[in-house]
Design a binder for this molecule. Sequence first.
Ligand code: NCD
Length: 338
Amino acid sequence: MEFAGAHILSVEQFERSDIERIFDVADTMAPYALREKVTRVLEGAILGNMFFEPSTRTRISFGCAFNLLGGEVRETTGFKSSAIAKGESLYDTARVLSGYSDVICMRHPAEGSVAEFAAASRVPVINGGDGANEHPSQALLDLYTIRKELRGRGRGLDGLRIAMIGDLKYGRTVHSLCRLLCLFNNMHITLVSPAELAMPESYVDLARKAGHTVTISAELTASISNVDIVYSTRIQEERFPTKAEADLYRGRFRLNQSIYTKFCEPNTVIMHPLPRDSRADANELDNDLNQNPNLAIFRQADNGLLVRMALFAMVLDVVHLVDRHARPVHWFNRRDYE
Ligand code: NCD
């Protein structure tokens, strides 16, 4: 695909070669993310960051990614602080904000809302999550993380064995990841959830049509014993009709160190899009995994910066200029990224 000026709305728009390009560019962003050097390539550019749902990682890492490329960030968080609370349409909001920004990131609770917004925007729009539908930048950073983790073990992406666990019905990260895996070969995908929170059929069909082996299960321990990646997710309580309904499923699939030691192959990588729900009744990834070197959740979050920098550099067409605008870092820097 042509990235310059493009909206990034769904992983559906990518081919395998596009993913490889994004990952190659993301690799080149590491010295900037690690503050070994700075670049001012986007000096003068403005990111409009519009988050109408709670967010820590996605919002801040999109903002930091833009700052690290030298650009400025303006934000709206929540409906109450935006004129949408006064009845303004997505169309009008998009027309106005795209006059103020060079690129816009948006998260919104309604499926399809970001695409609707993008249709009226005069600048590229990146989907930061639209309801239970998609979260393309998360899927990219997830796959980038998987590639990096497996590379350290001498493996590529084809032939990957992955278990996705938890709320596969409402979890937009697993929807986008499942679709993205369809670009690769011979995947073994195990989908672990209560039957009521199963992965939507459309994604299962896509994976099967791609030639992947898809196994559906409601049992944790059997499903994690033969995989490279355990990808755990949170019950998306905000998408359930009532909190009482979400409570029925919370804490169903808990992974801790003793279960890991007993059932997983050595070196199985543990991932989660975060936030993990650390409340006692949920606790899908126990804190006792924090010392496990295969817990990749914080490396995964760090990788979000690289992938989001790559997306900005590509849609604003400055990849070839990033290094030309590089300068040394002057401040004390004691980073110990893994
Ligand atoms: C996810 C999301 O918002 O979809 N978080 C994130 O962006 N990393 C997952 C979640 O909220 O459970």
